[in-house]
Design a protein around this ligand. Structure first.
Ligand code: HEC
Length: 178
């Protein structure tokens, strides 16, 4: 388990006494308050953690609860999904889930993408791809950031994300609070 396998720390202030916040480069420099506690992984010696980027780095932590169950069962792909869809799921957890929900699971800051009708059903694939890479080229005042340019092959990653969303359109599960 990640928590046991890697060193992790809760930070509660900046060393230099400046306000405990940061401007998130990946989300239009949105100011994020980090307190009460911010989770930091010692990722410099772990390829697995480095690959995971900023996922699983929650902020504004007030308490932690340990549960022994598979995380996000409603978001997982149906058995037999393609390798592309599985890589898409990984990208989704890293780059989308902080804001969006799938079948009710995930962040609640942005629209649900799968239930009851999937974005892969009502947005043409070429527009879905374009939306993910460059949302403002479709809706000029949208607040959604495009997929980060920090990843190596954005084009392929975007296709894999679309493969994940498409596969999930065949795996609708009623959200806990529909
Ligand atoms: C910082 C939060 C945030 C992140 C991260 C984010 N989105 Fe969004 N997304 C939004 C918001 C807010 C909207 C609604 C904005 C609008 O309609 O203008 C949206 C809208 C969408 C829509 C259109 C839904 C519709 O029916 O109009 C799709 C599809 C989508 N996002 C997919 C993704 C994918 C895939 C990712 C990951 C690569 C992602 N989003 C990452 C905030 C985010």
């Amino acid at each position: 388990m990640k928590l046991l396998a890697h060193d992790a720390y809760f930070a509660f202030a900046h060393e230099d006494g400046t306000p405990f916040m940061l401007a998130n480069r990946l989300q239009n420099n949105e100011i994020v308050w980090l307190g009460p506690l911010y989770l930091v992984w010692d990722n410099t010696k772990s390829k697995e953690l480095l690959d995971a980027g900023a996922s699983d780095m929650p902020y504004q932590i007030k308490r932690i609860e340990l549960k022994f169950m598979p995380p996000f069962p409603n978001m997982t792909l149906p058995p037999g999904s393609s390798a592309a869809a599985q890589r898409g799921f990984m990208h989704f957890r890293q780059h989308c889930m902080a804001c969006h929900t799938i079948n009710g699971e995930g962040g609640g800051k942005a629209p649900e993408l799968n239930y009851p009708v999937s974005v892969a059903e009502y947005i043409k694939p070429e527009y879905l791809k374009r939306w993910i890479m460059s949302p403002r080229s479709i809706r000029y005042n949208t607040t959604m950031p495009g997929l980060t340019s920090a990843i190596l092959d954005r084009e392929t990653a975007t296709e894999e994300l679309v493969a994940y969303l498409k596969a999930m359109s065949n795996a609708k599960r009623v959200p806990a609070n529909p």
